[in-house]
Design a protein around this ligand. Sequence first.
Ligand code: ATP
Ligand code: MG
Length: 204
Amino acid sequence: MTSDPAKKRNQRHKKAMQRKKQHIDSRIAKAVIDKGLLVVLTGPGKGKSSSAFGMLARSVGHGLRCGVVQFIKGTWECGEQLLFKDNPLVEFHVMATGFTWETQDREADIKAAVATWEKAEQLLANKEIAVVLLDELTYMLTYGYLDKTRVLNALSNRPANQHVIITGRNASKEIIDMADTVSDIKDIRHAFDSDIKAQKGIDY
Ligand code: ATP
Ligand code: MG
């Protein structure tokens, strides 16, 4: 037999859940707008690119055509690249020069950034592409490699139903203001701080 305090607790829980359900149901009923989203994943914590590629996996799972432009190529071959680069639904572009803080040649980096941005512009002008992932784009703007107005124009003139995901630390105010969804990922701890090397599947 259920004791009195336990019964009361169960009743309180049931009421709280009913209120929660009502609240959630009314919010779901109110959300009727259907549009292409600009999602920005920024901040110093781990999880920006991996979350973005998670959304890409969801999109591909639904059979949507996607485009990826990676503005900084890591030193290791990323698992997401290996998974998606030969998928007929995904058009994949990687900035040619590799890791910017390894090249240390501003002129060459600017040239590569602009050439890579042209790929992004083509995707952003193509209404057949449902999702465009601009991985590590923010650095191209913080370093002044790309013209901010040019980037903002391409984003705001894209097809109305096209989703765009932007990753990278220090997203600029203009991009954050334009975005529909923004997550600022906090760094509480990263294994690298304890001298643990990057792990396949988790870090790349
Ligand atoms: P991920 O691709 O794992 O989601 P991210 O996109 O949030 O990471 P980036 O700054 O692009 O972060 O870094 C890519 C690499 O650096 C990954 O291997 C990631 O684990 C590592 N990294 C991310 N955040 C940190 C951090 N705060 N300290 C040390 N290493 C980090
Ligand atoms: Mg990243």
